[in-house]
Design a protein around this ligand. Structure first.
Ligand code: FES
Length: 110
């Protein structure tokens, strides 16, 4: 039996991302769900550089070209498909990927 879904696939347009606050064992955690080429991917919303949340303004996670997730604090760029940092102060590190399952267009954290 799965818990409540985090969101629906249709809530996040292709090649964009949304932030969510979830309750994980009594602790609130920020996560980001990315729809990248219609694949749903979840990361902990925490920059490997200092641990801050990534977005510029609510749900604005991508750089101007819409090619990378970008940290608003010092501009690190992360590949949307695997969270690997390709530029910035934490280059070579990665966002923490979270396991999710999509069932009937609803997204669940495993
Ligand atoms: S806090 Fe994200 S790049 Fe520095």
């Amino acid at each position: 039996m799965k818990a409540e879904p985090i969101c629906r696939v249709d809530d996040i347009p292709r090649n964009s991302a949304c932030g969510f606050e979830i309750n994980s064992n009594g602790r609130l955690e920020n996560i980001v769900i990315v729809n990248w080429s219609d694949e749903m991917i979840a990361y902990r919303n925490s920059c490997p550089h200092t641990g801050v949340t990534l977005e510029w303004i609510p749900n604005r996670f991508f750089n101007g070209e819409n090619t990378f997730l970008q940290c608003s604090t010092h501009g690190a760029l992360f590949r949307p498909d695997d969270g690997f940092c390709v530029a910035g102060p934490c280059v070579g590190k990665s966002l923490e990927k979270l396991p999710i399952t999509v069932i009937e267009k609803s997204v669940y954290l495993d």
